[in-house]
Design a protein. Structure first.
Length: 123
């Protein structure tokens, strides 16, 4: 029997695990940097372990730091990357970061630099 993962708890846990500023466990349209924003799962695989009930979901997680044009943004990203991975490793979830990329995001019409992490969560 497959158990359904608790979407609310998982998204909230991912948001707080990074330790980057404010935590939004949902795609907030009024997010204030520095912050972490978790998107809805992009994939959801059932019964990945021989039908014993585990499911795997991949969540996009954006760690938003500062304006794209500020040198301090680069410095904050450099300082935070190790802490982000440590925080995810200590979370109460089974998490594997499958990819990471730098990408600008628009918040309230202002371009900010973010690190996007694709986090695979096994429940």
């Amino acid at each position: 029997m497959t158990t359904t993962p608790d979407l609310n708890a998982t998204m909230d846990a991912l948001a707080t695990a990074t330790g980057v500023g404010r935590a939004y466990g949902y795609p907030a349209d009024d997010a204030q940097p520095p912050c972490t924003v978790v998107g809805y799962p992009t994939t959801w695989d059932y019964d990945v372990t021989f039908g014993v009930g585990n499911a795997t979901m991949v969540y996009p997680v954006w760690c938003v730091f500062g304006k794209v044009t500020e040198k301090s943004t680069r410095d904050r990203i450099s300082d935070a990357l190790t802490a982000i991975y440590a925080g995810l490793a200590e979370a109460s979830l089974v998490i594997r970061v499958t990819s990471a990329s730098f990408e600008p995001v628009m918040l309230a019409g202002v371009p900010y630099m973010a690190v996007r992490l694709d986090c695979e969560v096994i429940s």
